[in-house]
Design a protein. Sequence first.
Length: 278
Amino acid sequence: MNHSVRILLKSPKFMLGAVLLLLMIGVVMIYPLINRNDPLEMIALAYQPPDSKLLLGSDNFGRDLFLELIYGIRTSLQVGLIAGVFATAIGLVIGLASGYIGGMIDNLLTAVTNIFIVIPSFVILILISVSIDSRSSFVTAAIIGITSWPWTARAVRAQTSSLRNRDHVNIAKISGYSTPRIIVYEILPYIASYVVMAFVLQMASGILAEASISMLGLGPYNTISLGIIMNWALVFEAPVAGAWWAFIPAALSIAVITFSLYMMNTGMDEIFNPKIRS
């Protein structure tokens, strides 16, 4: 484990992504401690341009957009984290069970996975979001995670299938170890790097999915996220009013977060993927 971390720290792409992400996390954790104002408080005129008092100007309701942006980034990161955990956990369990057990279980779980892959997850996400009256950021993140696990399941299944007939796994079978113990101790450690990479990608896709449905007005209620900020800008015609500060900073924040996560994934892939490393 320590050896893998030391190798990652030598990857320029991974370090670039990690530094960008940590900087954003640091800002959204520290700034609310400095500025304790309510981000939903109206303190200026609608679409007031940026100045020394309002670093990013005001939105359509006269609220501090920079403070909104900070809270929006925090919410989007939380949604991405929760969605990534849900999607990775579901995909990991299904992929491990399907790849190791095989037979009818494999056929059944593969069929279910293929059904979810064929039906666009974004369509399922919209339908579920519409059918729920009250959506918190946690509920939205859970919905995103539940609808975006199939690719992780397929990747984990492929890795598990290649490992189930290895010598150390056969020795564990002969020794009488139970199936859960073999999966946890003999297979999971060998695919841990792929699981981490899958989680990073699921987190990035979760942030993008939340931004997409929030822009459609189907995001979480009673909170601020980057997608909701962009939705407000579209609904109240910020582009028409020339208020670029109402939507461009939020779009750039989404781009920077997803870029940092994809750079981290690329750095890990270059190190842990034998084909790329060779």
